[in-house]
Ligand binder design. Structure first.
Ligand SMILES: Nc1nc2c(ncn2[C@@H]2O[C@H](COP(=O)(O)OP(=O)(O)O)[C@@H](O)[C@H]2O)c(=O)[nH]1
Ligand SMILES: [Mg+2]
Length: 440
């Protein structure tokens, strides 16, 4: 008896291969559907039919063995007629018939499912302004904002003139009026005790207050005794992979090179793995591919001696139903991760806030801003840092690897606001009335 296993897309194809090699009298011992390829590489994953066939070296008596197992010829003959098969076949044969009959249907179903998923993510990527409910909410918010800004305007009017000038400056670069007022009230209070203050000095106080209002994380450097594990998460196309390449490049090629390892969880698209593989090859550092969040721990365990491990994650649309699932699975792994949420500075403040909210399924330890080179006013980044209280780690400002990334400092963040200059003498202020400041 000779046993052999065949795999094909359809049962018909498998049977054809069996027949070609083992002859028409080969008997089918078993058949089952198997998934071939990479489970997480959706593109490569294929449902296949596996057929195990047997043939006797000595030709069997006619009909012998067919009671237990159908022969290829028998099956091939039967396959086209579904009704006949269903009425006459044995249980085993019926299963085969059904499998053969369902096979194309299953494939069509999978195609429909893929198409649905594609349409869903396409819809998710449409801009918020297309959504009428959101538009209405936006309108409502603007109305409330106007009502509030009347009150706010009155309060700003009570600020000493040079501080009020600073208010205008901050608002002009995109700092929220409420945030600007809150900060400047504190500045005015400090200055209230000081008598004559020059406009330039007011600016310095403002600058100091702005710097103190946000948190920065400092560089993600190796820690003693264990690898520092830095994971970048965020929506598609913000620059996670590029930033990882930049950071890994700086770490691996600096004055004091750090043993650096890349791990990618972004196996959703084949191209995404390739993109990181190219960087890993250029940087001559290892790349691990974790096909699921469950595999992360194993990948990391293999590199306990590394100084830095960077984890790249799937670029999913934040409205993708799988995002929550995937983040939860990552969160369940017992790994000491430092999570950086990567955000493009080109996005609007409301969008950035929404991202923080959506990704907060896992703890977000840092915010990392990219595409600063493409953004206009950057007040919204300041608002986000101020309101969310999450420290900022790195700033990326271009596509060059590894040059276009820098550690975020408070000074740099405020410089980026690009506040309009204060004119030298015009706004010197006498802080004589401490009562000039009203309470909110
Ligand atoms: N202008 C600019 N482009 C960037 C920056 N960072 C990344 N990119 C580009 O953004 C695109 C998407 O980057 P990628 O790293 O693949 O994004 P991911 O989907 O988040 O991994 C690529 O064309 C990058 O070159 C940046 O700081 N500035
Ligand atoms: Mg990527």
């Amino acid at each position: 008896m000779k046993l052999k296993r065949y795999e094909a897309m359809t049962l018909q194809e498998a049977l054809k291969a069996v027949k070609a090699e083992l002859g028409p009298d080969a008997v089918i011992v078993s058949t089952r559907r198997v998934q071939r390829g990479h489970k997480w590489l959706g593109l490569l994953s294929q449902p296949m039919v596996e057929v195990t066939a047997a043939v006797d070296r000595v030709q069997p008596e006619p009909g012998l063995g067919r009671n237990d197992h159908p022969s290829v010829a028998f099956l091939e003959e039967k396959l086209p007629s579904r009704d006949e098969a269903l009425t006459r076949a044995t249980d085993f044969e019926r299963q085969l018939q059904l499998a053969a009959w369902l096979d194309p249907l299953n494939r069509q179903l999978a195609e429909v499912r893929d198409e649905l998923e594609r349409l869903r993510s396409e819809r998710a990527s449409h801009t918020i302004s297309l959504d009428p409910i959101r538009q209405e909410l936006e309108g409502l918010r603007t109305m409330m904002h106007h009502a509030f800004s009347d009150r706010l305007r009155h309060r700003v009017g009570t600020l000493p003139s040079s501080v009020a000038t600073e208010f205008d400056a901050l608002v002009s670069v995109g700092v929220q009026p409420e945030v600007a007022y809150e900060l400047l009230r504190a500045v005015a209070e400090t200055l209230g005790t000081m008598g004559l203050v020059q406009a330039q000095a007011v600016r310095e106080f403002v600058w100091e207050r702005l710097e103190a209002a946000i948190a920065v994380a400092g560089p993600s450097e190796p820690i003693e005794g264990e690898p520092r594990i830095v994971m970048l998460v965020g929506p598609t196309g913000v620059g996670k992979t590029t930033t990882i390449a930049k950071l890994a490049g700086l770490a691996a090629q600096g004055n004091r090179p750090v043993k650096t390892v890349l791990v990618t969880l972004d196996t959703y698209r084949v191209a995404a793995v390739e993109q990181l593989r190219v960087y890993a090859r250029i940087l001559k550092i290892p790349l691990e591919v974790a096909v699921s969040p469950h595999e992360l721990a194993g990948c990391i365990e293999r590199h306990r001696d590394a100084g830095l491990i960077f984890i790249d994650t799937a670029g999913r649309s934040p409205r993708d139903a799988h995002l929550h699932e995937e983040l939860t699975a990552i969160g369940r792994q017992r790994i000491k991760l430092e999570t950086h949420l990567v955000l493009a500075a080109t996005a609007e403040e409301s969008v950035l806030k929404e991202m923080v909210r959506r990704y907060s399924v896992i703890p977000i330890h840092r915010l990392l801003f990219t595409k600063l080179d493409e953004a206009g006013r950057l007040g919204h980044l300041f608002n986000l840092l101020y309101l969310m209280g999450i420290p900022v780690s790195y700033l990326a400002m271009g596509q060059r690897v590894p040059e276009d990334v820098t550690v975020a400092t408070r000074r740099r963040m405020i410089e980026l606001l690009n506040l309009p200059d204060v004119s030298s003498s015009a706004n010197d202020t006498v802080f004589e009335r401490s009562g000039a400041l009203t309470s909110p």
